[in-house]
Write a protein that binds this ligand. Structure first.
Ligand code: ZN
Length: 365
């Protein structure tokens, strides 16, 4: 068993993502509904860990709020001030589909702080690896505004914290959220010291981002890797991409810390995407990243919760990730397996293989 830290705070569940139907604000023919980014999938994930006994095996660490100086590692003062103002005055959108609720500023600052706390705990040896169940998520947030439910970019600031305050030379962020991690990519597009790999559904959100030929700029050419997979890719395709693209690039880069932007919305039941990853896929991807971390950086692995909107299934996928990180095997079996047992989630189709081979060819250069 490994010593796995778990970072969470009750306030993360209290962030008000606003009234919406999926992502759109109500109005016209759209009846008001809860935002897809509700706390429910996250709270149920925590609840499942408590019921399975996994929670008792974790090292609980309280998050410390990020400082304004740390927010400014990536964000503009204008964006920070705008979020602060909206948070005090009843809320509103701080960019593109990123609602700030009443009091959300402090929660978002604590979410960035949770990511920093996780990195600090892992790098300074308080634990072997760490999972931060933070909310709001972060990977879409760009320097001067929020986007796609994200207010501040937790992963980007955590990686910059590792570089600036802990003195690490090489950090990597693997973003397996089903949407492209555009904000995090922005932060490191010209930076050769942070390897950013995004594996996502092709031509999806945000549009025009995450394409194969977007590989970084200037000194950063080659340290941005985009793996846009065709819709309906499942465990087999994800693992093929992990083994054929992610592993050789990580072996070459030799990171001193691995951060995963862990959005479990590529899951087979997610309302926000069209992929077919199962708990088994998440276990295998986590195992590979854990082994790469053990090989290159003494096991230093941090997972930061991002998206994931199936309230029924995200808890099982996220539970599988933490189970694999910790090495503690509970008796939780995926109860949904009989439902998807006959779907081709574990078959590598020719067009899926071709896409991964294409990415590999671009980066072999
Ligand atoms: Zn997502």
């Amino acid at each position: 068993m490994r010593k796995t830290a778990f970072i969470c705070d009750e306030s993360y569940f209290w962030h008000d993502a606003g009234s919406a139907a999926l992502v759109l604000p109500p109005g016209g023919y759209i009846q008001p509904d809860g935002s897809a980014e509700s706390p429910e999938s996250k709270r149920r994930f925590k609840g499942l860990m408590e019921r399975s006994g996994l929670y008792d095996k974790l090292t609980l660490i309280k998050p410390t709020p990020a400082t304004e100086e740390q927010l400014k590692y990536f964000h503009t003062s204008a964006h920070i001030e705008n979020v602060k103002k909206l948070s005090k005055s009843g809320g509103g959108d701080c960019g593109a589909l990123a609602n700030v609720g009443n009091g959300s500023y402090e929660i978002a600052v604590l979410a960035v702080g949770g990511a920093i706390t996780a990195v600090d705990a892992v790098v300074n040896g308080k634990c072997d690896n760490a999972y931060a169940l933070t909310r709001p998520p972060g990977h879409h947030a760009v320097a001067d505004m929020g986007m796609g439910y994200c207010i501040f970019n937790n992963a980007a600031i955590a990686a910059l914290y590792a570089r600036k305050e802990l003195g690490l030379q090489r950090v990597m962020v693997l973003d397996w959220d089903v949407h492209h991690g555009n904000g995090t990519e922005d932060a490191f597009y010209k930076d050769p010291n942070v390897l950013f790999i995004s594996i996502h559904q092709e031509s999806y959100f945000p549009s025009g981002r995450g394409e194969i030929n977007q590989i970084g700029e200037g000194e950063g050419i080659g340290t941005t890797v985009n793996i846009p997979l065709p819709a309906a890719s499942g465990d087999a395709c994800y693992m093929y991409a992990m083994e054929q693209v992610v592993k050789p690039i990580v072996d070459n880069f030799k990171p001193q810390l691995i951060i995963i932007s862990a959005g479990q919305d590529a899951n087979i039941f997610d309302p926000s995407a069209r992929m077919m990853v199962t708990t088994d896929g998440y276990t295998k991807m986590t195992k590979l990243m854990r082994e790469l971390a053990e090989e290159h950086c003494g096991g230093k692995l941090v997972a930061l919760h991002e998206g994931g909107y199936s309230t029924a299934y995200v808890p099982f996928c996220s539970h599988a990730v933490v189970e694999e990180m910790s090495g503690f095997k509970t008796d939780v079996e995926d109860p949904f397996l009989p439902v998807y047992g006959s779907t081709p989630y574990n078959v590598l189709a020719n067009h899926q293989k071709a896409r991964v081979d294409e990415v590999r060819a671009v980066h072999l250069k």
